[in-house]
Design a protein around this ligand. Structure first.
Ligand code: RP5
Length: 162
């Protein structure tokens, strides 16, 4: 199975990344995590992106906050699918990162998930890998069915309490 590459701009983004790694672990998808910044380590970020396909990655997840150029900078250097997670900072509540991540120019797409959306980034990465992996697709379908069951159980419970 192809690996998921996870890159965060700073170790301060780790709580968001842990939501993604937990999901990938539960789905049995191999991953690697790195700290590279579009601004502080531009050479290392570029080198990672350029060699990602030959290094066995199938999807890349990039998490960054503030002027969040990481996902776009990575996407500029690979044709692997890139998923961007805008991370919330203390000043602009993540709107800065959201707009910096999502507003990519034509030709260099970044699939942007919600602010702090680590779990959905992992699920989207899993769905991309599952296009060619029926066993993983079965796991994703089972997870959806279980998520539905949990909500319906809550619905039944609330009928008895209100
Ligand atoms: C971004 O700046 C990082 O992704 C992080 O979200 C934000 C702040 O980084 P630190 O100053 O906490 O290292 O590059």
């Amino acid at each position: 199975m192809k690996k998921v590459g996870i890159i965060m701009g700073s170790d301060s983004d780790l709580p968001i990344i842990e939501k993604a790694t937990k999901m990938l672990y539960e789905l049995g998808i191999p991953y690697e995590v790195h700290i590279y910044s579009a601004h502080r380590t531009p050479v290392e970020a570029r080198d990672f992106a350029v060699s990602a396909r030959e290094n066995g990655f199938g999807v890349l997840i990039c998490a960054a906050g503030m002027a969040a150029h990481l996902a776009g900078a990575i996407a500029a250097n690979t044709t692997l699918p890139v998923i961007g997670i805008p991370c919330k900072s203390s000043v602009l509540d993540g709107m800065d990162a959201l707009l910096s991540t999502v507003m990519m120019p034509t030709g260099i797409p970044v699939a942007t998930v919600a602010i702090n959306g680590g779990a959905n980034a992992a699920l989207l990465a899993a769905q991309i890998i599952a296009v060619e992996d029926n066993e993983l697709a079965d796991k994703l379908n089972a997870k959806r069915a279980n998520d539905t069951k949990v909500v319906l159980e809550k619905d039944a419970k609330i009928q008895n309490s209100l």
